[in-house]
Design a protein around this ligand. Structure first.
Ligand SMILES: Cc1cc2nc3c(=O)[nH]c(=O)nc-3n(C[C@H](O)[C@H](O)[C@H](O)COP(=O)(O)OP(=O)(O)OC[C@H]3O[C@@H](n4cnc5c(N)ncnc54)[C@H](O)[C@@H]3O)c2cc1C
Length: 615
């Protein structure tokens, strides 16, 4: 029974689904979002934070394309930080603790008020495909049919989700929420391969039972760095109310913690063999860390508040699938947590994904026209990775539904492009997470210039208003004026007892800052963004150029042969992951090595240096 028609349907109201649905609706498509529970739209399934290394850059890219994640965290964040400030600008990235409930409510409100977007709390059980292999509709559990031109599937951890706590196992999509099952039959019928991945989350602790007095405090930055180019920091909930930023705390596991884990390993779902799915290498459970690094005496644990008016604390670094009673013992062996009470136990979850090699770089499936996949369902982990894919899939679903050409984002212009290219060409053997080392353009793909790289695309698609784009153009023009001025302006600087005249622009590369220029009596920009960006761009110009030339050279070196007896343990600069995978695959050429999932551009460079082909 067909009851309604839409241009685009999005299955899922998580981080991928939200960006997909908003993008499609904002591009003028009549869009419907299906979710298993309307009240969990924008739910943060795991840690109460947005951003982090490389991930924060993706949030800025989503913002530059007209997405919502950056604005949502600016409004509902309770602690903001710029990570890696001691390192170069290229690897810096913003991260913020979120008030989980307010983040979810903000996202639900935005979706509810979005023109062209309709929300339905229904389980989608089937996608209807024409004899020409094109999406024409979908069916819900109650037997209602909707006619649609394109579908974006973003089922996260819900498809055939199975929760494990010690030897207890039960079906669920996330923390006791119902899972979705029938959609997997559609994929089987259409001959899509399905893989099983797993992830885990720590217990949530009761703050009233933690002794914070002896713990190290991790404060936010002052002033707090915001994510969105367009929101004002005054939008932040805590700021509006004159509240201080929240603090986090740092503690460490002990030898006693490690003993409890080792003695009960056979009772964890993972080590007892009950879990078959592959877990995330870079968000390992505490039992993984204890086994992988037997010599480490302690592991760091961040205690992060889940919000301003809840006592729930997220112990970052302590995800586990130990039985609940052992979890109590294990958590209580940690300084500050001696008397801790658990509010929700830790658990691991297994779920179905479709390998992303089934997709074009537009995120449309190769088998069925009009069917798009995004988020955890593509084998990634993380809210930001999900949002980055979500906005791209939503854009392309809208373009497909309106008969226009799809877009794809290049590796050289965005981290979203790097991620989508990695996923669709190399596939995933384990949950994929973004790192700066995954990009060969990391000096150029910075958080500070995301808006300059991508706003043109967002505006061209109608996702950024003329007013928003005008602001970007004005900033760009001012940037160019200042760069030109500094290239022409000369200063005399003392050198080796004498003096030499330099263009001001070159001083930035030599380490001078805007403040240094000001104290030398030179004119400097007033607008804070322009002031910072001129300095970064002029400082990085020669390095970005060098990076571009190196990438050209690397492409030419793809045919270099790797000796069959190479000992990868002797190649300096490889990560454990790259070393492990190179040993397993034993590629014959550098080009082949670079196409192995997990062998990053940085690893390829290390290999070429070892082979004497690069200095
Ligand atoms: C236990 C656990 C541990 C995690 N650990 C990590 C971690 O270590 N690191 C990390 O970065 N991230 C982790 N995450 C976060 C999370 O999995 C994702 O990164 C993120 O939420 C992915 O967003 P998504 O939009 O793809 O899916 P989700 O946020 O999971 O959203 C899925 C949506 O699909 C809907 N849905 C599913 N099936 C149907 C259907 N048939 N019909 C209608 N609606 C449907 C659901 O209602 C939901 O709205 C963890 C999550 C869980 C549950």
């Amino acid at each position: 029974m067909v009851v309604d028609e839409f241009d685009v349907a999005v299955i899922g109201g998580g981080h991928a689904g939200i960006e997909a649905a908003l993008a499609s609706a904002r591009m003028g498509m009549r869009t419907v979002m299906f979710t298993l529970n309307v009240d969990t739209i924008g739910q943060m399934s795991c840690n109460p934070a947005i951003g982090g290394i490389a991930k924060g850059i993706v949030v800025r890219e989503v913002d530059a394309l007209g997405g919502e994640m950056g604005r949502a965290i600016d409004h509902t964040g309770i602690q903001f930080k710029m990570l890696n400030t001691r390192k170069g600008k290229a690897v810096q990235s913003p991260r913020a603790q979120a008030d989980k409930r307010r983040y979810r409510e903000y996202m639900k409100r935005v979706c509810e008020h979005q023109e062209n977007l309709y929300i339905k709390q229904e389980e989608v059980v089937d996608i209807i495909v024409s004899s020409r292999n094109e999406v024409v509709g979908l069916r819900t559990k109650l037997g209602i049919e909707f006619r649609v031109k394109a579908v974006v599937v973003t089922t996260g951890t819900f498809l055939n989700g199975l929760i494990h706590i010690g030897d207890r196992t039960f079906p669920a999509g996330r923390a006791w929420e119902p899972r979705s099952e029938d959609l997997a039959d559609f994929y089987r019928r259409m001959d899509f391969p399905l893989l099983r991945f797993k992830t885990g989350t720590p217990a949530r602790l009761d703050a009233r039972t933690i002794d914070f007095s002896s713990l190290e405090v991790a404060p936010g930055d002052d002033p707090p760095p915001k994510f969105s180019f367009w929101t004002e920091p005054v939008g932040s909930y805590w700021f509006e109310r004159g509240k201080e930023q929240a603090v986090c705390w740092i503690t460490y596991t002990t030898e006693e913690t490690h003993r409890i884990i080792r003695e009960n390993l056979h009772r964890t779902a993972l080590y007892s063999g009950r879990i078959k799915g592959v877990g995330p290498r870079y968000c390992p459970s505490i039992e993984d860390k204890v086994c992988r690094f037997p010599d480490r005496k302690r592991h760091t644990v961040f205690l992060e508040p889940e919000g301003l008016d809840t006592v729930e604390i997220y112990p970052n670094g302590l995800s586990t699938s130990l039985p609940e009673e052992i979890q109590w013992e294990m958590y209580r062996s940690i300084p500050g947590l001696e008397r801790v009470e658990l509010i929700r136990p830790a658990y691991a979850i297994e779920y179905d994904i479709v390998p992303p090699t089934e997709l074009f770089p537009t995120l449309e499936t190769k088998r069925i026209r009009g069917l798009f996949h995004a988020g955890n369902f593509n084998g990634t982990t993380g809210y930001e990775e999900a949002a980055g894919q979500g906005i791209l899939a939503g854009i392309n679903a809208a373009l497909r539904a309106s008969g226009r050409e799809p877009i794809h984002l290049r590796r050289s212009e965005s981290y979203i492009g790097v991620m989508v290219d990695d996923l669709t060409t190399r596939g995933v053997m384990e949950p994929y997470r973004l790192f700066t080392s995954r990009s060969e353009y990391r000096l150029y793909l910075r958080q500070d210039n995301a808006v300059l790289r991508l706003a043109k695309i967002g505006h061209g698609l109608g996702l950024l208003s003329d007013e928003q784009f005008k602001l970007v153009r004005e900033v760009e023009e001012e940037l160019e004026r200042w760069k030109e001025f500094y290239r022409k302006e000369k200063v005399v600087v003392p050198l080796g007892g004498g003096e030499r005249s330099y263009s001001v622009a070159t001083l930035f590369t030599a380490g001078y800052s805007m403040d240094d220029l000001k104290s030398m009596g030179l004119k400097t920009p007033d607008q804070p963004y322009v002031r910072e960006e001129v300095e970064i761009q002029l400082k990085y110009e020669p390095y970005v150029e060098r990076e571009r030339k190196l990438n050209e050279k690397l492409r030419k070196l793809e045919e270099v042969r790797i000796p069959e007896d190479i000992d990868y343990d002797r190649v300096p600069g490889l990560t454990n992951e790259a070393r492990e995978k190179l040993k397993r695959v034993r590629p014959l050429t550098v080009g082949q090595a670079g196409r192995i999932e997990g062998v990053t551009p940085a690893a390829v460079t290390a290999l070429l240096v070892y082979l004497g082909k690069l200095e």
